[in-house]
Ligand binder design. Sequence first.
Ligand code: PEP
Ligand code: MG
Length: 576
Amino acid sequence: MQREFRGLGASSGIALGPALVWRPVQPASAAVRAAGSPEEETARLQAARQAAEEELAELRDRAEREMGGEEAAIFSAHLLMLSDPALMGEAEELVRQGLSAEAAVEQATERQAALLAALPDAYLAERAADVRDVGGRLLAHLQDRRRPEPRLEQPAVVVARDLTPSQTARLPKDLLLGIVTEAGGPTSHVAIMARALGIPVVVGVPGIVDATNSGDVVALDGDTGEVAVRPADEELARWRRRQELLEADRRRLAGLASRPAVTADGHPVSLLANISTPADVARALEMGAQGVGLFRTEFLYMDRDDAPGEDEQYLAYREVIERCAPHPVTIRTLDVGGDKQLPYLGLKREMNPFLGWRALRYCLDAPDVFRTQLRALLRAAAGGPGEAARVGIMFPFVVSLEEIRRAKAQVELARRELEARGAPHAGPVKIGIMVETPAAALMAERLAREVDFFSIGSNDLTQYTLAADRHNEHVAQIFDELHPAVLRLIEATIRAADRAGIEVSLCGELAGDARAAPLLLGLGLRKFSAAAPSLPRLKEKISATTLEEARGLARRALQAASAEEVRALLSGHDGE
Ligand code: PEP
Ligand code: MG
């Protein structure tokens, strides 16, 4: 029977096709696996223990190098637990009694954790979490769950509870028709990545996983958020017609790619692309991008077991710079943490990852990782004459002047390291920051004296201003870039940049929303950086807007009482 759902449109377009429903292995299912002979299960347990030991030793060494003794000590303690008879001895005993290795690990872990948790000493009680962590690691090796991910072997719409950025990065793009998830908001990274590829996405659809079987036909509209599972024949025909109309519109818009972006009264505007890999450049240029306004370099670090080295990074950055010539390229330094957890970097599970050890904070604490990237960037920016002038290095997630100074000091150190090696590298390159925290926006006037450019990250700026997690579907209605508080911070940032005479762009998802373009123009924005497929529509909208009407709109929006009021102003401007 047909089922209809409505979630949040997160990446434009209509997808139609068989579903691949992804249900990751639940740890609880471990216990139901039938046990082999005690000898076989003992051998599996030993192999898992050895793999976990190797992994932990690697993590300990990396933590020691990059973070210091305290962090490394956690992994040392976990290593000790693997040789502690309390945990492993008990698991071995349970295996001898006929349990599967998985069930034995689960039971032994839970028993040890419960014993510790009951202790009056708070410190010891907290070790229960460590025992569970070690048990989870062993289970992961037993089930080979180190890289849980949906496997796509034919064209399909992936339906999942949630997808992490690295799981999304590993999906074969030529087979991925669309994505529907129960969790997430429109600025979650799965949506951002899909948008760059023009893959339709709907997020925030509770119940979709249970309502769908792999192979069912699923239709989704990434603009309206509609999803249909097993649509009836006439319904399917209606979806097909909508898909064709959208395709025709896309072809018409693609015809605008080579036209310059100017307002109706002749003011030029720069339209740049957000990219995640060097391969995205071709599509960006095809869509008329005048350069790259945001290269999210963390995607180079995903889908692997260790960080990319300096040479590998140099080649990737060089490729982007060359492919974009003669246009500008802004490369953002590593923005990990938050939802982008890379275990090999030693990032730890945190209570509030988006308020935690993220982005520049991590990089300043892991100078080896940071400077490897900075050296690669400085080398890549040294092409022909004047090449460095079109390359910008950008630091994410800044909250203070101090961080900018420390980051710039690392750039200088990286430069000296290259000099010492006699490696060719760029002279001065432009240094900028993402303004994506209320602190940075409110300090914009002061921070503008320290950098060459700002790029406003409206995704995080909205998340932190409205205290609404950008990935949490339960607060997706609160997360709204058009909230006047967010608009006021955007306006203050643009004004501060103009006063200081530095460049400012906006590279959050708001930049790609054509309906908001007149408002952003009115707030003074002249540089938009967005997912490549949204550029033609953006250009069309800009060319239909005069600065005078844009300014009027912005004035009213800044005085509005709510995002709904702002939306009504935009609809009025659209003549809807
Ligand atoms: C932003 O926060 O608006 C931004 C562009 O960065 P990211 O989406 O990668 O966090
Ligand atoms: Mg951000």
